[in-house]
Design a binder for this molecule. Structure first.
Ligand SMILES: *Cc1c(COP(=O)(O)O)cnc(C)c1O
Length: 495
């Protein structure tokens, strides 16, 4: 097997190993790490269809994380994909209304972020050992709601790490906030910011690339890393479930090997769908990746016009985890469609930072044929939740509903009849208020009591992640301004 190395999207720096890239999170020049070449699956999809989730995870991850030994990687996988998931399938597929819903919300915090964040701490600790890194790792994370809890759950109590999470104080669902502020563990810190997700993400990136802060940290025995999807240690585990979904459909006789499928992905930071793009590159027969946006439709507009323009109002929607105008991982796609050109990418990102927009070339646009874009308004999203429930008795969350609705529009407009997987990113129990309102069954009451109503309606047992919030103590109460983030980091670390 050939070694895969990682380099920055923004300069021709010396490539580093996967474990080094996982430890660093973000490149020193502010760019994201990308593989220097894309590997290919060395097993047929039929062979993979005979394996369980862990088996498929190994076959995919070994291609990208080539400096991890087989033993190391298998140990990380075994520690991640275990009883924390409420089904041995880890990511089951539910068929409804002629589509396949890939349920990625059976982990500890009932959002798809668990798929990557249950393994990232293990990959990182292993990386620290491999690289003889003895500084304590400080995970600094911005969250639009789901990454925060999934990262906290993954890193809480992990020796040699501390984790600090910033979330938009008024930009997450009440269950999401409750999940974060009740987090246990002395190495955890959760802070609300008066601002939106983009503010939180930009603030974190700024702290990350501040060389003076970095040096001060090092003197105190600390080193930053990231649990956001800018870390390739998050991206790579996300490639797995695209391969997994295909092989499940193969196993169940819904597909023959080689048949193409579409994936519709509810998108914010472009991490999940980028993993789908990489899955296609390594050999999964993907026809289209449909990028589904909510009313913050900056990506939809980009796919329509080739212009990325974040100069627009930030809208708080019923799918808060996708309320994002600066979609970090799109930078990786830009780099690839520019022909792996770091100079071109750096120029685009400079324009984005300075002016808030950039326009790609026609040649680059022609390399976007793997993608289609669509968006759904809040009304359309609610209507889709109701439609699917009335048709099939299946209750989906608002993020999944954005994708489901966008798929309906896409199929109608394009006439594309390729079998389609809707990537289902969260449990409806995480967004009970919006879901019950969409179903016209909402009554104002405590959010934890709403879970009972939703359970009765859907016939689905209340997930442990919600059950365990009942009576849980609120441990994190700090709220700060956008420019107070660094001070909070210094306070928590005592530096
Ligand atoms: C994070 C998240 C998304 C968006 O995923 P990206 O990788 O940021 O595009 C969609 N749905 C849910 C429920 C999420 O938590």
């Amino acid at each position: 097997m050939e070694n895969v190395y990682y380099r920055s999207t923004r300069s021709e720096s010396t490539p580093i190993t996967a474990s080094q890239a996982i430890l660093k999170g973000l490149a020193d020049d502010g760019g994201l790490f990308v593989p220097t070449k894309l590997p290919k699956l060395d097993r047929t999809l039929n062979e993979l269809s005979l394996m369980d989730y862990r088996g498929v995870a190994y076959e995919v991850m070994k291609l990208f994380l080539t400096d991890y030994t087989e033993e190391e990687l298998k140990a990380c996988i075994a520690a991640a994909y275990d009883g924390k998931f409420d089904t041995p399938d880890i990511a089951p597929i539910h068929e409804a209304d002629g589509r396949y819903y890939l349920e990625l919300f059976h982990g500890a915090t009932i959002a798809f972020k668990d798929m990557a964040l249950s393994i990232l701490p293990h990959l990182m600790i292993t990386a620290a050992k491999k690289n003889h890194e003895n500084k304590e790792i400080v995970i600094l994370t911005a969250t639009s709601g789901d990454t925060g809890k999934a990262a906290l759950a993954g890193f809480a109590g992990v020796a040699g790490t501390k984790i600090i999470v910033f979330y938009p104080k008024d930009g997450v669902s009440s269950i999401q906030e409750r999940q974060m502020v009740t987090q246990k563990g002395d190495n955890t810190c959760v802070i609300g910011i008066r601002g939106n997700f983009d503010d939180a993400q930009s603030g974190v990136k700024k702290i990350f690339t501040d060389q003076a802060v970095k040096q001060r940290l090092a003197r105190n025995g600390y080193q930053f890393s990231s649990a956001n999807s800018i870390n390739i240690g998050r991206l790579v585990p996300q490639i797995v479930y695209y391969v997994w979904a295909y092989t499940r459909l193969l196993k169940d006789g819904k597909l023959a090997e080689g048949d193409e499928i579409n994936f519709v992905v509810p998108t914010g930071n472009f991490g999940n769908i980028l993993a789908g793009y990489y899955a296609k590159q390594i050999g999964v027969p993907v026809h289209r990746l449909v990028c589904a946006s909510n009313e913050n439709r900056v990506l939809y507009d980009f796919f329509q016009s080739g212009e990325y323009n974040r100069n627009r109002p930030f809208i708080l929607t019923s799918s808060p985890s996708m309320d994002i105008l600066i979609s970090s991982n799109l930078e990786r796609l830009i780099y690839h469609i520019a022909g792996d050109d770091a100079g071109a990418d750096a120029e685009y990102m400079k324009n984005l930072a300075e002016r808030g927009d950039y326009q790609i070339t026609d040649a680059m646009r022609r390399r976007l044929t793997d993608f289609a874009g669509g968006f759904a308004t809040m009304d359309e999203t609610a209507a889709e939740i109701l439609r699917l429930y009335e048709k099939d008795g299946y209750v989906i969350d608002p993020h999944t509903a954005v994708a489901s609705c966008v798929y309906g529009k896409y199929a109608e407009e394009s006439g594309d009849r390729t079998k389609t997987v809707i990537v289902s990113t969260a449990s409806p129990f995480k967004f009970e208020t919006s879901v019950l309102k969409a179903l016209h069954r909402y009554e104002a009451k405590d959010d934890l009591l709403l879970a009972d109503d939703l359970s009765a309606l859907s016939g689905v047992k209340i997930p442990q992640a919600v059950e365990s919030l009942k009576g849980a103590e609120i441990r994190h109460k700090t709220v700060c301004d956008r420019n107070g983030m660094l001070a909070e980091v210094e306070k928590f670390l005592g530096i």
